[in-house]
Design a protein around this ligand. Sequence first.
Ligand code: SF4
Ligand code: SF4
Length: 337
Amino acid sequence: MGNRPQLGRPPARARGLRFIVPVLVLAVLAAAVVSAQWQKAPPDFGGSYGFPTPTHPEPRATWLRAVDVAALAAALGLAVWLVLVRRSRRGVTLLSAFALAYFGFYRQGCICPIGSIQNVTLSLVDPQYAVSLGVLAFFFLPLGAAFFFGRIFCGGVCPLGAIQDLVLLRPVRIPRKLDRVLGWLPYLYLAAAVFFAAFGFQVRTAAGQLATVRRFVICEWDPFVGFFRLAGPFSMFAIGAGFLLLGTLVGRPYCRWLCPYGALLAIPSRVAWRNVSITPDEELDCGLCADACPFGAIRDLRADRAACLACARCYDSCPRQRELARGRSRQRLSVAS
Ligand code: SF4
Ligand code: SF4
């Protein structure tokens, strides 16, 4: 029993990195937010100068949208291979870094499957509203992947998950009952987001008439988009910073207890054709994997299909997986010599 924690423990250098990376990320984000707040006001050119209103449509060309969709499809395919075939946590980490850089900071969190829930909803209730093929692809591709392979999008492709992973310092275990109760919040948020996108609420106009105002609340309250764009209201940064600070001790709090797309993904994941299986072949039932999962997603020593975020962390803690990996590398060495 005394040896048990040692088996799943990373080496000292990795433990040091685990501490330094989240602290660095938080410091850089804080500095970026402060500088974004300072630069928010446009320059004052004096006199009666007014900034011109742009008259051209959004410059993102159709072929660049196609690049986004292709990048999403390729990243999903790669995530499936890395998580289910290669069983490589390192590979998933690299893929997450790419997703954060491309879909997060470069594309500034838009298009995103989470926000696309609202576009798709609105297109269903309002015949005047046309949703683009790109948005449809972002909405359906991760869901389609979840039908076959579980929440593969969450594991290595979602920039919101990746930014929370970056700050995870020392995950604490959340009591199961509390986790279960909080786990209902994403469904409530999903229902509210669908309602506000579809029906909105009524306001009285200056002319005294009633008008319907629809709201995309998921985008309005996205806690991380302000960091991706280095712009946004202070309240948005404050909420994002709150999630990131909480995320130093609790694995991905937004994913587990708020994300409405995560709630959607959990549904097909329950019936997925193939999901994360912690041990490559025979189950040892030693429990080391449950200690390694920062999201409390291992129940009765198996990955819970709905809660597992396909991050591949638990593989590294499995003695059977290590044994097989050692056997494979020995085999490679003997073939080479
Ligand atoms: S739960 Fe939501 S935010 Fe988290 S990784 Fe999945 S889609 Fe992204
Ligand atoms: S069970 Fe936990 S550690 Fe394993 S892949 Fe799923 S979320 Fe990651």
